[in-house]
Design a binder for this molecule. Sequence first.
Ligand SMILES: Nc1ncnc2c1ncn2[C@@H]1O[C@H](COP(=O)(O)OP(=O)(O)OP(=O)(O)O)[C@@H](O)[C@H]1O
Ligand SMILES: [Mg+2]
Length: 258
Amino acid sequence: MTEPFIRLQNLNKIYKTKDGDVQAVVDVNLDIKKSEFVAVVGPSGCGKTTILKMLAGLVPYTSGEITIDGKRVDKPQTDVGIVFQDAIMLDWRDVLSNVMIQIDIRKMDRAKNLPVAMELLNKVGLTGFEKKKPFELSGGMRQRVSICRALVHDPPLLLMDEPFGALDALTREQISMDIQRLWMDKRKTALHITHSIPEAVLLADRVVVMSPRPGRIVEIIDIDLPRPRRLDKLPPRFNDYAERIRDIFKSAGVLAMD
Ligand SMILES: Nc1ncnc2c1ncn2[C@@H]1O[C@H](COP(=O)(O)OP(=O)(O)OP(=O)(O)O)[C@@H](O)[C@H]1O
Ligand SMILES: [Mg+2]
């Protein structure tokens, strides 16, 4: 069998704080294949961001191992694209320059990559906004710019930490469609963290369901639905998947329905 692209093995994270140890993540095991789209859902504080940061090499793990493409993650990874919850942008740079920042810091070829940035902006409906400054954009537009910025240097891995968390429902739906389109086009391996069960089912090949802190994987559900998945034409099976995930949370005491 070929090695998975990403492998999390017996992963544990304990944060040392002045009030004692905080066990954030317990014994997480997860393999992700190349080009797979995996969503992680779990209650607040269960360690989702911690897992993403450990994978990006931004936070050290306490025990276990993470490998990307067979190599142990033990320092910040440069070959990833990350979209955080808040679209952090440089206010003095326009939209295009904010996307191009990944090219600039890596000292990649500007002339060659400008069309790549323009094409990405076009794919998320931002053609014509290249010269706008961040303050001239809506929250949804800013988040779209961050998605382009995470992809412009063509990383094999895209990490998204609740990228739509601060957005209204309609914008979330629209950007979900943008992400689906980009993913179908580029087939990057993607790890997408979200609070939203429907969003996870809509986008993912597999949904990882986590327990409350200390976070463990409770179940991994294969989402066997054809793509492109359309919000206005969701098959009944879509709701079955969402219901199944809700049931897991209900039995873990995370969701109270009455
Ligand atoms: N730098 C840190 N130092 C100490 N404890 C931390 C640190 N970062 C996170 N934690 C703790 O680890 C646990 C997991 O946090 P994490 O941010 O990974 O959760 P999360 O699942 O992303 O939550 P949310 O859905 O609210 O974003 C929490 O109890 C949090 O208080
Ligand atoms: Mg988080």
